[in-house]
Design a protein around this ligand. Structure first.
Ligand code: SF4
Length: 317
């Protein structure tokens, strides 16, 4: 699996002053699971070291100016950003991690200055490269390294990446109707934990009440699936999914086991124990009763467990 990444986050000394901005999570953890494709638009056109640049609002347009020589370099930076964003398509990336605050790579809250000297700035800009990526791939999972320090955003991002890969691999298999039903079944609870609205929309597509052709169905499903996995989960929706899953074997287990299971689900809801503790219990029963329908649920195993994302209480809120 390939992830795009702002090159300085890998520690490459490509920033304006010849330093890098190595991100430990990207380099020490994600590098073990993904092939990382590095992108640095500024290095390509301005070289390193170079003058610093900033976003400037001129007549309601955002321009990029060099700080010392006051040159307008908007056209050059936009051109390379667009070219690299086009190249990213060929790489079949399943996500992108961008450097925060950068006038080129920042996804949001980039400082925008007024042309007047000493005028205050506003954090309302989007980096040119980040913008070019978003325009081309509206549902590509994208995050900034700073935001990934938040356990909730990190868990949602990684889950989205693996689901994004899942739907693209599935679409390449030239699926038939039965394959679509099987795929949808496996993502049922993962989607439910993100959005009950999306869950209904996707269910209706698969039910094919409008009698669409398979091609139309797959097209609709693909787009709605991308919308669904772009949603963020929360404790209450996840809690509902846990209860649904528990419902499959509640009549098969003893009163003590029921109490143990329900206590764990409630403790998760109250933020006392992490989700992984409940998932371990559920998976035990899924295995014990050989429940094929639950065994395939991506919600129970959405990504490599070693990533440890569900071990953090703060991953759900
Ligand atoms: S933020 Fe983007 S453009 Fe700036 S050094 Fe890092 S990768 Fe290069």
């Amino acid at each position: 699996m390939k992830l795009g990444v702002s090159e300085c986050l890998l520690g490459t000394q490509c920033r304006y002053d010849g330093t890098g901005a190595k991100d430990k999570y990207v380099v020490n953890i994600l590098q073990n699971y993904f092939e990382l494709e590095a992108y640095c638009p500024e290095k390509i056109i301005f070289g390193t070291p170079r003058e610093t640049i900033r976003q400037v609002e001129v007549d309601n347009n955002i321009e990029i100016h060099t700080n010392q020589s006051k040159k307008n370099v908007t056209v050059e930076l936009a051109k390379i950003s667009n070219e690299l964003a086009d190249e990213a398509l060929e790489e079949e990336l399943c996500g992108f991690i961008l450097k925060s605050k950068s006038p080129t790579c920042g996804m949001e809250r980039v400082k925008v200055y007024q042309p007047i000297v000493n005028a205050p700035n506003e954090k309302k800009g989007v980096g040119l490269f980040a913008k070019a990526l978003r325009e081309r791939y509206p549902y590509l999972p994208m995050e900034e390294e700073g935001r990934l320090e938040d356990a909730w955003l990190r868990e949602n991002f990684l889950m989205q990446i693996f689901a994004y890969k899942g739907i693209h691999q599935f679409m390449k298999t030239k699926p038939k109707m039965k394959d679509l039903i099987a795929f949808h079944t496996s993502y049922k609870y993962l989607i439910y934990a993100k959005s009950t609205v999306a869950y209904k929309i996707l269910g209706n597509i698969v039910a094919n009440n409008k009698k669409q052709s398979l091609e139309e169905l797959l097209n609709d499903y693909y787009h709605e699936f991308l919308v669904a996995i772009n949603e963020k989960g929360n404790i209450s929706k996840t809690y509902n999914v846990l209860l649904h899953i528990y419902g499959y074997f509640k009549k098969l287990i003893s009163a003590d086991e029921k109490e143990h299971m329900l206590t764990a689900i409630e403790e998760f809801k109250q933020g006392v124990i992490p989700l992984i503790a409940v998932i371990k219990l559920l998976n035990l029963h899924v295995k014990r009763f050989n429940m094929d329908y639950l065994k395939v649920q991506k919600f129970l195993n959405p990504y490599p467990a070693e990533l440890g994302l569900r071990s953090n209480i703060k991953a759900y809120k």
